[in-house]
Design a protein around this ligand. Structure first.
Ligand code: NCD
Length: 318
């Protein structure tokens, strides 16, 4: 990830984080470098970080459940001195009385300095950004994207492999509805990275994303099973997104097709590092957790450093 000397990029202050496509390769690398400043793996705890964004308020609007994304944003904001407002269950707000989405956004906009939103509708974060004056961060818009998850995934790969160019990444599970794999695949396409997609045929990576990869000349392969001889630096496993299925019978039929059980240890021993955005249901057997190449908990922890960096950058405080 190079040294600590960050040539200041001027174009982050006030910026929305809605779509991973809005970020160039250079900008993504800059964000990863900035996150190192908050990561105890690279720097001893730096007290000056505690007051970076003092006096600023983060509004966290979670219209859909979350553990990691919401709590890591809460923690990141407080670690750099911010206050927090918002909700994790819209049932407790005036939305229950029939208030519109844009009115809710407009009100929160006037109480905060940055707005983080998770919502079941695709493009909801974009809609919020059209109404809000303050920067908006997309913390997941339905099956569409989850750009800050992607940034922490890239950070994890960079930290583990020491590079991004030249690696191979396999994405597995629900490639159809999984917003994390959509945004991640697009971001990986900026680098010389071979992508391998492994899923049930009905959950394959949507054509709209494959077309973008093709237009960018990305080398990719698709499988309907986990190849015996998988050659990959990372396998990114995902949960089948039950909440996105219109037909629950369909979900039940395919939900258990791509489970990694104890026999996956063979791949871990060979050096494949196993990632997962979490939460998992049953798609990774906990017996694998203690293997040094099962890195999903370390991955979740990295989310804190990326989110501290992003908040500080878009507030123009670093
Ligand atoms: C993911 C999400 O919400 O998209 N979780 C996360 O943010 N870490 C993945 C999932 O819910 O399966």
């Amino acid at each position: 990830m190079g040294g600590f000397f960050l040539k200041k990029m001027k174009n982050f202050k006030g910026r929305d984080i809605i779509d991973i496509n809005d970020f160039s390769k250079e900008e993504l690398l800059f964000i990863l470098k900035t996150a190192k400043r908050f990561d105890p793996a690279f720097v001893k705890s730096d007290r000056s970080n505690y007051t970076i964004a003092q006096g600023k308020i983060a509004a966290l609007l979670f219209f859909e459940p979350s553990t990691r994304t919401e709590q890591s944003f809460r923690s990141a904001a407080q670690k750099i001195g911010m206050g927090i407002i918002g909700f994790s269950d819209p049932e407790g707000t005036s939305i229950r009385k029939g208030e519109t989405f844009s009115d809710t956004i407009r009100i929160m906009d006037s109480y905060a300095d940055v707005l983080t939103i998770r919502h079941p509708e695709p493009l909801s974060a974009k809609k919020a950004a059209e109404v809000a004056q303050i920067p908006v961060i997309n913390a997941g818009d339905g099956p569409n994207q989850h750009p800050t998850q992607t940034m922490l995934d890239l950070y994890t790969m960079m930290k583990e492999a020491g590079k991004l160019d030249g690696i191979t990444v396999a994405l597995m599970g629900d490639l159809r509805y999984g917003r994390t794999v959509h945004a991640l695949s697009l971001a990986l396409s900026h680098f010389k990275i071979k992508q391998i997609f492994i899923s049930h045929p009905s959950l394959k990576m949507p054509d709209e994303f494959l077309k973008i990869l093709e237009s960018r000349g990305v080398e990719y392969a698709e499988f309907d099973h986990l190849p015996e001889d998988l050659e990959a630096d990372f396998l990114y496993q995902t949960r089948v997104q039950k909440e996105r299925f219109k037909d629950l019978e369909e979900y039940k039929k395919i939900k258990d097709k791509f489970i990694l059980d104890a026999s996956f240890k063979r791949y871990l021993d060979k050096g494949v590092k196993l990632m997962h955005p979490l939460p998992r249901v049953n798609e990774i057997d906990p017996v694998l957790d203690s293997h040094p190449n099962a890195i999903y908990f370390a991955q979740a922890k990295n989310g804190l450093y990326i989110r501290e960096a992003l908040l500080a950058l878009i507030l123009g405080r670093i």
